[in-house]
Write a protein that binds this ligand. Structure first.
Ligand code: ADP
Ligand code: MG
Length: 644
């Protein structure tokens, strides 16, 4: 045992006995977190980031498999900044490298790249800086410049440039080659889906630099590929746990199924940032979701947030135990279906998150109302994107007034302008006996005043854009018309892909067959029909997927589109098709639409840039609302709307 303080005065114990747990605290833990915050503005590690950083700092060879968007870059950038000398990063794509360099330089980190496209002059300058640093003692490179902390290269630099590898050998000799990072490491294996011959040649790295740690990163690495990767890179076998055998490769993986990753990650970040020590509830749509979300949140937070599940299949004894643990704070978050609610006698619930929206505004209001019963401030957040509507639609199919109620919920979720309190008030005064006046503080004119603290009240004007989307609506309706004519069926998500000309759009054809393919409609399971977007709609829609989904939902709500239900042996599927209002647009030509004829459609979108949440302001309301944050990744984007 070795006792140390973590740099923040907190005493830590590091076991150097039979087992090392890289999720523990180490002597570098404090500085690591301070640097993470000051350089990258990040407060908490995600998934297995902390373990990877610790093992790297400890000089181990590491393989880390984390889903795309999980945050692999931080796992080497942070140790690179904290370590003596230069970290070499091998990455296959110039565009990825350029992005990273830009990002790092903005954060004030010395990062350079050497690729086939680097001009001679620039590469010479980099070489001489690296050379100078082999002679320098401190952190400067001996000429007053800052030392290069990260050097990105494409794999052929290692495979083909003797000058470069011999420079690395010089660095290694004086202990200034901190580590070698191989991004997209599955590319070394022919068994993977993305084999690159130049990656195969990375096998020389271990021979050239036997004492320099290697960090291999990937988002997809099935067991066979992993074995092949270890073999090719000449890494030792993966050691079980983190044993004291310091020569074995440490393996980290963060399994989170992709569909849910963004919501789970966003919810975890949100809890850690705003309610790290508070109790809360997360409402989920299904029993299965409660399990996945609870596990996901524990994984994503590195077990900092303890979550339990509650649904109708949980036994009474288990429910009782959960209640006890939740009351005592041992369980921080209950992931629940709507079965959880009655009988909640906990008054200090500080947040209620909706992983899925409710079937109606009544439900949403009630569930959200379980926060802040002690009268103190609490937060309610709904995570929403347009395509979420499909699952709900399928669920309420057949319920009396189910569809109307869901549409009102959707209307609320899509409304980025009106005060949430006023939206609730209007809804309840028209649907129940709750009078408008019971919502207090009406203005002199007798109308309700805005609450001043919901997401829509605190939104900065440049976080949303309202614009005329009649042409895009017309394009969507033209495409759906054509799909229907060929007996095809599309969901909200598929339609959003299809009108954007994105690949992967699948159609359930007229005979029930499913086909995958680029903008292809299926007339029957035998016949394929090319959907020529230029011909049908005068081109594709240039908007991101989340925005197109929002527009599709709006067209549903305005009856330009409608839902169509089809049941299979296992489930009810919900598709979208032309609605009663569709003809108002489709009877016009593209030219007419462009000339401003016909009834116009406008829609409000959340701007893509992530909005930093403002600190909550003091309020009299028992729910708290914050500006929304938009999250975006390559093909799955979603908006997250904070409401109360
Ligand atoms: P990957 O390479 O695994 O696909 P990236 O390293 O590009 O993912 O990170 C994805 C995004 O997540 C980046 O915008 C990054 O800034 C952000 N990110 C990484 N780690 C964290 C964290 N611990 N907390 C919040 N955001 C993070
Ligand atoms: Mg990456």
């Amino acid at each position: 045992h070795k006792d140390l303080t973590n740099g923040q005065g907190k005493e830590v114990v590091i076991r150097r006995g039979s087992q090392i747990n890289y999720m523990d605290e180490f002597e570098w833990s404090g500085p690591l977190k301070v640097t993470m915050k000051s350089v990258f503005g990040i407060d908490n590690f995600r998934l297995c980031q902390e373990g990877v950083c610790n093992a790297s700092m400890d000089g181990r060879d590491v393989v880390c498999v984390m889903p795309t968007g999980g945050g692999k870059s931080l796992t080497y950038q942070l140790p690179a900044i904290m370590s003596r000398g230069c970290t070499v990063v091998i990455s296959p794509l110039l565009s990825l490298i350029t992005d990273q360099i830009l990002h790092l330089r903005q954060a004030g980190v010395e990062a350079v790249m050497l690729t086939g496209a680097t001009p001679k002059e620039e590469s010479k300058a980099i070489f001489s800086r690296l050379f100078a640093s082999t002679r320098a003692i401190g952190s400067a490179d001996g000429r007053g410049d800052k030392e290069i902390k990260l050097c990105y290269v494409t794999p052929e630099k290692i495979a083909k440039s003797k000058t470069f590898t011999s420079m690395l050998e010089k660095l290694a000799t004086v202990g200034k080659l901190a580590r070698i990072v191989i991004d997209e490491a599955h590319c070394v294996s022919q068994l993977g889906h993305d084999f690159r011959p130049d990656y195969k040649k990375l096998s020389i790295l271990r021979q050239l630099f036997p004492h320099v740690p290697i960090l291999a990163l990937s988002a997809t690495c099935p067991p066979k590929v992993l074995q092949d990767l270890l073999l090719t890179l000449r890494l030792k076998a993966v050691v079980d746990g983190n044993t004291a055998d310091k020569t074995g490769t440490v393996y980290f993986t963060a399994p989170l199924y992709r569909k849910n990753l963004h919501y789970i990650q966003a919810m975890t970040d949100y809890i850690l940032e705003h309610h790290a020590y508070d109790s809360g509830i997360i409402y989920c749509l299904s029993k299965k979701d409660t399990e996945a979300v609870a596990q996901g949140i524990m994984d994503a937070s590195g077990n900092k947030v303890k979550a339990g599940v509650y649904h109708s299949d949980v036994t009474d004894a288990q429910k009782e135990r959960l209640h006890v643990k939740w009351r005592s704070g041992e369980v921080q978050v209950v992931c629940a279906t709507i079965a959880f609610g009655l009988g909640i006698d906990k008054s200090n619930v500080r947040f209620v998150l909706h992983h899925s929206m409710s079937k109606s505004l009544d439900g949403f209001y009630q569930e959200s109302g379980r926060a802040g019963r002690d009268g103190n401030d609490a937060d309610c957040v709904l995570y929403y994107r347009g395509q979420d509507a499909s699952r709900l639609s399928a669920l309420i199919c057949g319920e009396i007034e189910g569809q109307d109620k869901l549409h009102q919920m959707l209307q609320f979720a899509q409304n980025l302008i009106d005060c949430r309190k006023i939206q609730f008030a209007n809804y309840f005064s028209s649907s129940s006996s709750l009078a408008l006046s019971s919502w207090s503080d009406t203005t002199a004119a007798g109308t309700l005043s805005r609450c001043g603290h919901c997401d829509n009240c605190t939104r900065s004007p440049d976080s949303i854009t309202t614009r005329d989307v009649t042409l895009e609506s017309w394009q969507i309706l033209r495409v759906i018309e054509r799909v229907s004519r060929h007996g095809g069926r599309v969901t909200v998500g598929m339609l959003a892909d299809l009108v954007r000309g994105a690949g992967g759009g699948a159609f359930a054809g007229g005979t029930g067959g499913k086909r995958k393919g680029k903008a292809k409609a299926t007339a029957s399971s035998k016949e394929k029909v090319d959907l020529d977007l230029n011909d049908i709609a005068g081109g594709k829609i240039i908007m991101n997927k989340a925005d197109v989904e929002v527009l599709i939902i709006q067209l549903l709500l305005s009856h330009h589109l409608k839902e169509e239900f089809h049941s299979t042996a296992y489930s009810i599927n919900v598709y979208v098709t032309s609605g009663p209002q569709a003809l108002r647009l489709t009877r016009l030509s593209r030219q007419q639409i462009q000339n401003g004829e016909g009834s116009r459609v406008s829609c409000t979108f959340l701007n893509k840039v992530a909005t930093k949440r403002k600190a909550p302001s003091k309020s009299t309301s028992k729910t708290k609302h914050k500006p929304p944050a938009a999250v975006e990744s390559e093909d799955e984007e979603e908006i997250n709307i904070d409401v109360g």
